[in-house]
Design a protein around this ligand. Structure first.
Ligand code: C2E
Ligand code: MG
Ligand code: MG
Length: 400
């Protein structure tokens, strides 16, 4: 446990009674020297003074002069390095939205508290404070140049990882999603968010997808020959869908590998606005006519919308992980999960839950009609060689 006297705490609330109450609670919990302020302007002066700069601020969101979120904006301008606890009488969704906003500013939020605040809830959040939660220096992610990405594609530095998808009702492994990784000779393992965007912007995504798809199909055939029949999903960028050659490319590759189209899933997300929607629509419809399976990825996020669902003949809907993880105990998330699932069912599509991260997520899913699940709780993405061993050890028949 941290030395409590070493933490300097500021309580900011326009209500003098709340200030008294919170100071008393803090003193009872072993933090006797919290300072208080009843307005944002005065509090900012304390933040500006290195001698009184707090490590932790308990911040009321509703204040008449400068409200809590405006105060946060001033903290960001000042590069405040401490943590925050948000307090408000507002409803849970407003508090959650505020917490998200503050986190988006990269300020560590230990959590939020409803008024009336109880000592128990306050104590639970204070336990989370550690000097480390202060301004974690997140190493900025390196973004690679187009030349580097091009060299990686042609130089064979991209490798496919595979993440299992299992049937919710039985636990049976039904397939895998292919997720590309870059085995960088110096930087080690590089994840797709550091190079897919570059590839899309610089006209390299066709080459990338071709490499990934060819590898995934060849691997699926190897598994097949070893007696393991798996559906294989590959992520397809909208930018792959602007040239009609793509249809033939996919068909020829699948035929060459001897993998039937019904076993191949193409996961589509709209990472950028479509310039012209006719070509993608034609490509996807023709792939569907050839019996490839189409999946709408990250459903429910800004990029994968109802309009796409209306226009494109998808077979599968992947519910974005932000509507899956935590759905069991967050009624907002659960409502969105339920709506997405209902939509999938009404449109006769298979529903896949992404981001099944823990036992609670899995237990929740088992109470729903969701067909398939994918996520860290089941397995992390892995090299092809590890998959058969993982399947051996996976407790099927829903035993988990
Ligand atoms: P996605 O298609 O939605 O893939 C799922 C991502 O969520 C993967 O991240 C996976 O590792 C991660 N994930 C899986 N289970 C969990 C979980 O339980 N919790 C959390 N928090 N995350 C989980 P990854 O591999 O970093 O890929 C990120 C995105 O990059 C993918 O999102 C996909 O849109 C894109 N991507 C990956 N490979 C390719 C590719 O070959 N081509 C294209 N165009 N895009 C790709
Ligand atoms: Mg995907
Ligand atoms: Mg997804």
């Amino acid at each position: 446990m941290t030395d409590k006297s070493a933490i300097s705490i500021l309580v900011l609330d326009d209500d003098p009674l709340m200030l008294k109450l919170l100071s008393h609670m803090l003193a009872d919990l072993g933090f006797p020297s919290a300072i208080t302020s009843d307005n944002g302007r005065a509090a900012l002066e304390m933040v500006d003074n290195p001698a009184s700069q707090p490590d932790l601020i308990l911040l009321d969101l509703n204040m008449p002069e400068m409200d809590g979120l405006e105060f946060v904006r001033h903290l960001v301008e000042r590069h405040y390095t401490g943590s925050l606890i948000l307090i408000s009488g507002e409803d849970e969704r407003t508090l959650q939205a505020s917490a998200k906003l503050v986190q988006a500013h990269k300020l560590p939020v230990l959590g939020h508290l409803h008024k009336p605040v109880t000592p128990k809830d306050l104590a639970a959040l204070l336990l989370k404070w550690s000097p480390l939660s202060q301004s974690k220096p997140r190493s900025a992610k390196k973004i690679y140049s187009a030349d580097e990405v091009r060299a990686a594609i042609t130089g064979g530095e991209l490798i496919n990882y595979y993440q299992p998808k299992v049937e919710v009702a039985t636990g049976r492994v039904v397939g895998v999603e292919t997720l590309v990784r870059w085995q960088h000779p110096v930087d080690g393992m590089v994840f797709p968010d550091q190079f897919i965007g570059v590839a899309e912007e610089h006209g390299l995504i066709d080459d990338l997808t071709r490499v990934v798809l060819a590898g995934a199909l060849a691997q699926t055939r190897l598994w097949q020959d070893a007696g393991l029949t798996l559906q294989v999903a590959v992520n397809v960028s909208m930018d792959n869908l602007d040239s009609l050659d793509f249809v033939d490319f996919v068909a020829v590759q699948a035929a060459a590998a001897g993998v039937p189209p019904q076993q191949v899933v193409l996961e589509v997300t709209e990472s950028r606005l479509m310039r012209d929607s006719r070509t993608p629509l034609e490509i996807l419809t023709r792939l569907r006519l050839k019996r490839f399976r189409l999946s709408i990825d990250d459903f429910g996020t800004g990029h994968s919308s109802l309009a796409q669902l209306r226009d494109i003949p998808f077979d599968e809907l992947k519910i974005d992980r932000s509507f899956v993880h935590g759905a069991g105990n967050n009624s907002t998330v659960q409502a969105m999960f339920g709506a997405s699932l209902g939509l999938a069912k009404q449109l006769n599509m298979e529903a896949v839950a992404e981001g099944v991260e823990d036992q609670a997520d899995w237990d929740f899913l088992r109470t729903t009609e969701c067909d398939t699940a994918q996520g860290y709780f089941i397995a992390r993405p892995m090299p092809a060689a590890n998959l058969p061993g993982w399947i051996q050890s996976w407790p099927s028949t829903g035993a988990k």
